[in-house]
Design a protein around this ligand. Sequence first.
Ligand code: ADP
Ligand code: MG
Length: 322
Amino acid sequence: MNEFELIRRYFAVSPCAGRAPGVALGIGDDCALLAPAAGEQLAVSTDTLVEGVHFPADCDPFQLGQRALAVAASDLAAMGATPLGFTLALTLTQALPAWLEAFARGLDRMARACALALVGGDTTRGPLSLTLSVFGRLPAGQALRRDGAQAGDLLCVGGSLGDAAGALPLVLDQRQAPPELADPLLARYWAPQPQLALGQALRGRASAALDVSDGLLADCGHLARASGVALYVERERLPLSAPLLDLLGREAALACALAGGDDYRLAFTLPAEHWPALQAAFPEARVIGRAAAGEGVHLLDADGRERQPLALGYQHFGPSRD
Ligand code: ADP
Ligand code: MG
C-alpha cells in the first residue's frame, strides 16, 4: 500500500472527511479551504502525541485515535470556539491495515462527537507520532483567553478531576482494578469528552478559561500569571468521581485532582452573577474557589488555612521528571 492509497482508504473516505459546514475544500488538494463567516476569527491549536511519551507503545489504536483528537479539540473548548475542522500528520513505522482501520475508526468516532471535519494532513514514515491541528470559529473578540480573570470572580471547573490520572497506573498495567471501577476511569483517560458546549456557553460570561491538561494547580498557575491575580483553590470543593474515590481513597484522589493532569476539563473564572444560570445548564460544573488581588495559586483546607501542595503538575522540561 503506498502513501496515497493509505490516505484514500483510511482517511479521505472516512465519514468525518465528508462535506461539512465551514469547510469549502477538504482533503485532496494542496491546501484545505476553511470559510469562517464574516466577523468571525479562526482559532487554531496544534498538539503532538509521541509514542512512549504521551501514550504507551502497543496501545489500542481505536482508543488512540479517539484520545488524540479529544486532546486537541479540548483546546477549542477552552477558547469557546465552535469546531470547524482538523488536520492529521501521521508518522508510522509501517502501514498495518488492522492498526490503521482501528485508528481511523477511533478518530472518526471522536471527530463526529466534536463536529470536526478531517480536512487534510500528512503521512510519513518514522517512529509513531501524531500531530493534530484543530480549527474553530469565534465571533471576533469573544475568545475565552487566560488573561481576563478579575479579583472577586469565582473559580470553577467543568466537572470531576483526577480520573485520568487515577487511570494511568491501569493504562500502564501497573495496577489492577475490578471493571466497575476501572472502566469509567479508563474511559476518562482514553476518551475524554472535550467540553465544547460548556466553552461556547461561557463566551461573554467567563472572564478567563483554559483546559486542565497539566494538572489543576499548574494550569491555574498559568491563568493566575496571565491575568495578574491570585487564585484560591478550596480542597474540599474539588469534584471527585465515585470510582476514583473508591479506587484510591480521598487523599490520593485529591492528589490526582490537584496535580494529575490529562483531565481535559475546563477551568474558568466567572463573575458570580453568571453562576446560577451556568450551574442550571451544566450541573457537573463546580465552584472550587475564587480569584483575588495578589499572585500565585493558593490551596486552602476546609478551615480556610493555606496548605502546601505536594506537587504542581507535569512539565516536559521541568525539574521534576526529566
Ligand atoms: P502534498 O504533497 O501536496 O503536501 P500530500 O501528498 O501529502 O500532499 O497529501 C495529499 C492530500 O491528502 C492533501 O490534501 C493532504 O492534506 C491529505 N492528507 C495527507 N495525509 C493525510 C492524513 N494522514 N489524513 C488526512 N489527510 C491527509
Ligand atoms: Mg502540495
